[in-house]
Ligand binder design. Structure first.
Ligand SMILES: C[S@@+](CC[C@H](N)C(=O)[O-])C[C@H]1O[C@@H](n2cnc3c(N)ncnc32)[C@H](O)[C@@H]1O
Length: 229
């Protein structure tokens, strides 16, 4: 499919703000976020710049309320995690978990993940998560979907050889779209072998709020694993 400047999907179309933050959330936003934010800038980011004492660098794109990110951080203290989420209310919710669980291996970016992806060095990420991205149901909005040829190229550049990319969706059209682009991308292998691999969430793949809502409303989540060649 032909990509044009207009439909490459490099603009952020999502929501940045919901209802006003409670005073406690605002306080955490003002006091904690600046200490663990990746500042805007053009330096080349890698594990040693961001987390000198950690063994690997992982990336979560669009973490929503951060349920998966905080559990992953808690269960993998040897790993440094970058979480990107433009939605302020989701960020504020994660900050509560970071504070209560005293997590010290998360750095955050309160904006479009692509800004950070474009500043990361080649081969710098060992694992990436793009869970339940907005499906952008209308055909004319299809290139707003995060999994797209452009963003798969971005992921391909920053993921190390052998790195894992986990993608989830509950939306049938986005599912087809993901499979179409990710399976034809020359740098990724789809490594799920049987229906249980993509229909059952693995024990170290933590549930998100969006996923819970999808299940409550009768939709089926799918969990795909790709490997960077
Ligand atoms: C449907 S929500 C799912 C949130 C979370 N992953 C979950 O499963 O609960 C999709 C999220 O992706 C975020 N998002 C969309 N485009 C993004 C981008 N370019 N960079 C970072 N986050 C993005 C949205 O702000 C939104 O919070």
């Amino acid at each position: 499919m032909e990509l044009t400047k207009r439909n490459t999907g490099d603009k952020f179309y999502g929501r940045r703000k919901g209802k006003s933050l409670s005073p406690a959330m605002q306080e955490r936003f003002d006091s904690i976020l600046p200490k663990i934010s990746i500042a805007k800038g053009d330096s080349q980011l890698n594990k040693d710049v961001l987390f000198k004492d950690k063994s690997e660098l992982w990336l979560e794109i669009g973490f929503g309320g951060g349920e998966h990110l905080s559990q992953t951080a808690q269960n993998n203290p040897e790993v440094g995690l970058i979480g990107c989420e433009p939605y302020i209310n989701g960020m504020a919710k994660l900050l509560r978990d970071i504070s209560e669980l005293e997590l010290e291996n998360i750095l955050l970016y309160n904006d479009d993940a692509r800004h950070i992806m474009d500043r990361l060095e080649d081969d710098s990420i060992s694992r990436a998560f793009a869970l339940f991205g907005d499906p952008w149901r209308k055909y004319r909005h299809r290139y707003r979907r995060f999994i797209s040829p452009n963003n798969l190229d971005r992921l391909s550049r920053i993921l190390k050889s052998g790195a894992i990319l986990r993608i989830a969706t509950d939306h049938p059209i986005y599912l087809q779209w993901i499979m179409k682009w990710a399976t034809i991308h020359p740098d990724f292998d789809w490594i799920d072998n049987n229906p249980d691999d993509w229909s059952v969430r693995k024990p170290d793949w933590y549930e998100t709020r969006y996923e819970q809502k999808a299940i409550r409303e009768g939709r089926k989540p799918y969990y795909f694993t790709f490997k960077r060649k």
